[in-house]
Design a protein around this ligand. Structure first.
Ligand code: PXL
Length: 277
């Protein structure tokens, strides 16, 4: 059985970060070790959320694992709450690196042209440095342009804009940069990646759904990680992740009492399990 470690917060309510990564990666038959970076009562799109920082536990956890000689097939970071946590992730990557494991960074900090509460341009610059250590980074267009100091264009951009962003991420040091939320046609939404070893672009689209939900980037990154360590290959793992996000959103649309703060990945889970069999 494969084993990964994911490092991100617990938003007790919010359907994001660890409450998404843990069930999804486990459902994909991959052991999912976690390092919680903070505990929040909800994700930060709610008003008045509580926040308990767990930064000071991270190194102790990793040092214990090293004594136990625990190895991981991938290290996957998501939402990180401070510069110090990013610095610790760089240390963690060095500590837990093996000859064959993968580093996957989801620089979760912004969407739709805006930073999430608490983040700014200097944080994006620091996150770019963390991405430079990644085999695969999965920002959305907002996050990527903020990290690269490029203009954010919401719609109507051309292929060159996306290719320039992917090349920018590759120049940072990301081996396989991936960009989510790509849309050249109003009716389609998907993902583009730069396959640096082949010097080719990969793209994959689904029909655009009429809602945008919080946490879908986390569903995408978690599913991608689970599929990739299952040996599905980069391209197929991206397709599986994009399709599962769509299935999760469709389940919200079909729900009689849909929630606003996250996608219904739970009811879509049978689809995912069948898909990776
Ligand atoms: O989905 C990303 C995410 C993760 N964790 C926290 C968040 C968000 C997005 O807002 O607030 C705490």
């Amino acid at each position: 059985m494969k084993r990964i470690v994911t490092i991100q917060d617990i938003s007790c309510v919010g359907k994001c970060s660890l409450t998404v990564a843990l069930p999804i990666i486990s459902a994909m038959s991959v052991e999912c070790a976690i390092i919680p970076t903070a505990v929040l009562s909800t994700h930060t799109a709610f008003k008045g959320f509580t926040f308990r920082d767990l930064t000071s536990d991270i190194k102790d956890i990793v040092n214990h694992w090293k004594k136990e000689d625990l190895k991981f097939d991938a290290m996957y970071t998501g939402y990180l709450g401070s510069f110090e946590q990013i610095e610790i992730m760089e240390w963690l990557f060095d500590e837990l690196k093996t000859n064959s494991n993968h580093i996957i960074v989801d620089p979760a900090m912004a969407d739709h042209g805006k930073f999430y509460v608490g983040f700014d341009t200097s944080f994006a610059k620091r996150m770019a440095k963390l991405c430079s250590k990644a085999d695969i980074a999965v920002p959305n267009i907002t996050e990527a342009t903020f990290m690269l100091d490029m203009p954010y264009i919401e719609s109507g951009y051309d292929r060159k804009y996306i290719e320039d962003i992917l090349q920018g991420l590759h120049k940072l040091g990301v081996k396989y940069p991936v960009l989510t939320g790509v849309s050249f046609d109003e009716s389609k939404l998907g993902v583009m990646a730069y396959l640096s070893d082949k010097d080719e672009y990969f793209e994959y689209y689904n029909d655009k759904l009429p809602v945008a939900l919080h946490g879908t980037g986390d569903i995408f990154a978690s599913t991608f990680t689970g599929a990739y360590v299952n040996g599905k290959g980069l391209e197929e793992s991206l397709r599986i992740a994009a399709d599962y996000v769509c299935e999760s959103i469709k389940c919200n649309l079909e729900d009689e009492n849909p929630i606003w703060y996250g996608a219904n990945f739970e009811e879509a889970m049978p689809y995912l399990i069948n898909r990776i069999k």
